[in-house]
Structure formats: C-alpha cells, structure tokens
Design a protein around this ligand. Structure first.
Ligand code: HPA
Ligand code: ZN
Length: 340
C-alpha cells in the first residue's frame, strides 16, 4: 500500500453500514443474542462470500444483519466501521442504513437509528470525524412500505439528512418510488438513489428526472450512453462509484475493464467508495489501491477522485474548502497535482 493512498484525506459517500459487519462481529453478536447461524464459524461464513450477481450478495447480506437486535448492536457495528475508516484517513462519511431490513424482523426503527446515531456522535467527539445519515428504501418491497418507513422516521428527522434507494435494481425501476421521493423532498430530505449498477442507463435518467435525486449511487452503466455521460459531466452530477463492489458482483469482469478512468477523463464527478466493505474485500484504501494497481490510474487522478468526493458531499462550503485544502496539500507533498 502506498503512503500516498494511505495518508490521503478521504470522504466516503456510499457505505451501507450493515455491509460493514465483519464475520467476527456477526458471530460475536449472534453469541450475545443467543442466535444460531447457518454457518459453523467465521471462516465458513467468509467462504460463502463468492457472489455471481447483486442478488446472490443480497441474500447473504440480509442473513448477516439478522444478528442485529439491540441499540448496542447497532452502536457496535457503526463504531467498528468508523474506527476503521478513521484509521484510513476518512475525514467525512455519509452512511446508508436499511431500516426496513430491521423493522420487518421486529426491531423498532428507534432502536436502529439511536444506536447508529450514538456512534456517529462519538466519532465526531473523539476524532472530529463528520458524518451524515441516509435512510435507504428497499426497492424490492412495495412503495407503501417505504412510505410507512418515512412516517416512522419523522421523530428522528434531525438525525437524518437524506433518503436513498437500494437492493435489487432489475425490475424495480425508479418510477416505482415517485410518490415516496416526492414526500421526502417535501419533508426537506436530500435525495440520492442507486441506479445503473445492474440496471440500464435509463434508470439513471429516470432517477434524475422522476425522483429528482442530486447524486447517483454506482451509475457505472452511464459508460454505455455517451449522451448521458455528457449530461452528467455538464451538470456535475456526482456518481458514488464502488470499484471492488463492481468487481465482486461481476458488474465488471476485471478491474482493468472498470469504467472509472474513462468516466473521470470524460469530466464526470466520479468518487471512490467501499459500498459493503466486509463483503467486497476492502475499505477505502483498498478501493483506491485497486484503481491504481488494477486500472493503472495515476496519483494525480486519485487525488482528483478524492477532491470530487468533497465536491459531492453534504458538508458546508467552508468545511469543503478546508478539506480540499488538506487534500491538495497532501498531493503537493508528493509533487502531485489534481488532473482537473
Ligand atoms: N446495491 C444494491 N443494494 C445494496 C447494495 C448495492 O451495492 N449494497 C447493499 N444494498
Ligand atoms: Zn450500495
């Protein structure tokens, strides 16, 4: 691992907190809660992380998070991620959680969000690490369930900045969630959605036009649609790209085929993120490293990706300026200047 990547100040904008649950913590929480898992031990669980598409991952992802029961469980999971991210010089993070995956198991919304929020506050106090929380709707469930979840979130609105859309993309287009996005917008939430991971470029267009999102999660399918790429570049619509996730879920066949470099060179505001790091083989540094080693991206390009992360995030303009200054100063130590 190069010191340039390791010490680079980073922003993470696409992280499912339930996807940060390492097998060791899954088993520790299972023991604490008296739950028996279908896997003998940590290595048996890890051995099952051999995915052929998004759905094959989601099946294990939902099974893994079933050990989460108490507020302390949600705290411990979130704190473990934040500690890891802090160790990798992540200075700011915008985190997804999937409330319906817990409320559908009988865990109250309040338990989930208070545990996560308490860990975010602790990271802010301990390390000055800033964060935002994004409530993500499961797109394989009916829109009514998302609307009910939005209602359950009302007392916790101050803990939440945005809403998102995740889970099985194919066959669950953005238009299915028009009403809940309109309601969320009225309530003052910022809007993002997963689109163009396994789905077509049209889902990216629809997320922008029908849901009015300001940022696209993944969005790598844009590479198939030059006119869309021009629009995304022109409007500086950020894409929160997740290289190792795309490799593990076979969205790309090899890192050498990944569109990140082409999207950056076409002027899009692409950013680096880890998605579900416990499942996809690495956190932020590993994702930057994969772009360097597997795709041959230069340090100047990596520096630009880090700056794009700041541009795309929800910090104030003053906070963004400070963080960008630190990223540029880091580059200058190595004689590296951003490409844009
Ligand atoms: N895509 C869709 N849904 C998800 C993902 C993802 O990468 N991670 C967790 N839920
Ligand atoms: Zn995701």
């Amino acid at each position: 691992m190069s010191a340039f990547i390791e010490q680079l100040p980073k922003v993470e904008l696409h992280l499912h907190i339930e996807g940060s649950l390492e097998p060791e913590l899954v088993f520790a929480l299972a023991r604490r809660n008296g739950i028996t898992l279908n896997y003998a031990d940590e290595s048996a669980l890890r051995a099952a992380y051999d995915f052929h598409d998004l759905q094959s991952f989601l099946d294990i992802y939902y099974a893994g998070m079933s050990v989460l029961q108490t507020e302390q469980d949600f705290f411990d999971m979130t704190y473990a991620y934040l500690q890891r991210a802090h160790g990798e010089h992540v200075r700011h993070t915008e985190i997804f959680f999937d409330p319906q995956a817990h409320t559908d198991r009988g865990v109250p919304f309040s338990v989930v969000i208070t545990g996560i929020h308490r860990a975010l506050e602790q990271a802010r106090h301990e390390w000055g690490m800033s964060s935002r929380l994004i409530m993500s709707f499961l797109r394989h469930l009916p829109e009514e369930s998302a609307i009910e979840t939005l209602r359950q979130a009302e007392p916790f609105h101050p803990f939440l900045t945005g809403v998102g859309l995740d889970s099985a993309e194919k066959g669950n287009p953005p238009e299915k969630f028009r009403r809940v996005y309109a309601l969320a917008r009225e309530q003052g939430y910022r809007l993002v959605a997963h689109a163009g991971e396994e789905g077509p470029p049209q889902y990216i267009r629809d997320a922008l036009a029908l849901l009015q999102v300001e940022r696209i999660d993944h969005g790598v399918a844009a590479i198939e649609d030059p006119a869309l790429m021009d629009e995304l570049a022109e409007a500086r619509i950020p894409l929160t790209v997740c290289p190792l996730s795309n490799l593990k879920l076979k969205v790309v066949n090899s890192m050498a085929d990944h569109p990140m470099a082409r999207l950056l060179q076409a002027g899009l505001c692409v950013t680096v993120n880890s998605d579900d790091p416990a499942y996809f083989g690495g956190y932020m540094n590993a994702n930057y490293l994969a772009l360097q080693r597997g795709l041959g991206m230069s340090d100047a390009e990596l520096l630009q990706l880090a700056l794009n992360g700041v541009e795309a995030c929800w910090l104030s303009p003053e906070e963004k300026a400070l963080l960008m200054r630190d990223i540029r100063a880091h580059g200058e130590q190595y004689g590296i200047y951003p490409v844009r």
